[in-house]
Design a protein around this ligand. Structure first.
Ligand code: UDP
Ligand code: MG
Length: 317
């Protein structure tokens, strides 16, 4: 098996038929030695039926159905664990990432790269809000993060077996896959592309999911926010010192009890800092708790097109 293509799908009944068509055409040169793995991430529409149907007409297509919705990154992980290829190509189901780029990416890999990632030159058909938050997110993440994660890259990439096996060795439950691939190192290079509009359907990343994703990314790749608490403590000490001077000064010069305004400032300032640092600790603690529980990431409930159809299997230990 030379090439595995891994695609997570959640409520993508409209896009899957178009997707299969495009991906089959784009990977024609490897038609005999490729597999296309579609992971149904607990869809509530007809996605699984559409995948099973497609499996009947395309022999190299495989479908994997998760027992419930586990989120984009976990669905992708499920597909990556099932992949058997020497090279693994991952993309979204909505065709925002052009599958035709596989030719260029394969050529790059022939030149000795382990990871060839797509870098978005521009994003079409996405709201200004999405573009702006994505812009700020990647730059903020890079200032905070210990590993260098290239700006404006998604999970659209071609990786080889060596890089994939390295990522699959990482046991964390909060998965930020683009960061994990960047963290493992090896030889990496980007190819630029224009991010297209979704072919059909709506984004599966509402603001809530985006915030969660961003927090997973920051807490997974940086402990700097934890240290922020110490820095804030120093700032607050400095401000306290100034306030003490002010209180003593007004006692001497105005001969009154210190005014309520300084009390108010002090109380609101320090309670703000305390809540902030508590919140930061909470973010890490919550994730530690999840990791400590060590639950399996997902269960597969159905499989089609696989050589051996196994019963519900517990993956990831
Ligand atoms: N997705 C998934 N599970 C989820 C959310 C999304 O498998 O819980 C898939 C979705 O079907 C798509 C990919 O992840 O293939 C990226 O989602 P989407 O295109 O909606 O995100 P956006 O491009 O708007 O950031
Ligand atoms: Mg999309």
């Amino acid at each position: 098996m030379i090439l595995s293509i891994v695609i997570p799908c959640m409520n993508e009944e409209e896009t899957v038929p178009l997707l299969v068509q495009r991906i089959v055409a784009a990977t024609e040169p490897w038609a005999d030695s490729r597999e296309i793995i579609l992971v149904d991430d607990g869809s509530t529409d007809r996605t699984w039926d559409v995948i099973s149907q497609a499996c009947e007409s395309v022999p190299t297509l495989r479908g994997l159905r998760l027992s419930a919705n586990r989120g984009h990154q976990v669905a992708l992980t499920a597909g990556l664990e099932a992949a058997r290829g020497e090279r693994i190509f991952m993309l979204d189901a909505d065709l925002q990432d052009p599958p035709e780029l596989i030719g260029d990416m394969m050529a790059m890999m022939d030149r000795g790269y382990d990871v060839v990632y797509g870098r978005r030159l521009s994003r079409k058909g996405e709201t200004l809000f999405k573009r702006a938050t994505a812009y700020v997110f990647y730059r903020l993440l890079n200032t905070l993060s210990d590993a260098k994660i290239p700006n404006d890259t998604g999970d659209f990439r071609l990786v080889n077996r060596r890089a994939l096996d390295a990522v699959l060795l990482m046991p964390e439950k909060s998965r930020f896959i683009r960061g994990m691939f960047s963290w493992v190192g090896f030889r990496q290079i980007g190819v630029e592309y224009v991010r297209e509009k979704r072919v059909a359907g709506e984004t599966k990343y509402p603001l809530r999911a985006m915030i969660r994703f961003a927090l997973d990314a920051v807490t997974g790749f940086s402990t700097r926010p934890l240290r922020l608490a110490t820095r804030l403590a120093f700032y607050s000490l400095a401000i306290t010192f100034i306030m003490v001077l002010y209180a003593i000064g007004s006692m001497i010069f105005y001969q009154t009890v210190p005014g309520w305004s300084s009390m108010l400032i002090a109380i609101s300032f320090f309670s703000g800092i305390q809540l902030l640092t508590l919140g930061i600790m909470g973010e890490y603690l919550g994730r530690l708790y999840i990791e400590a529980k060590g639950r399996p990431l997902y269960f597969t409930s159905e499989e089609v097109g696989f050589d051996t159809v196994s019963e519900t299997k517990q993956k990831n230990q």
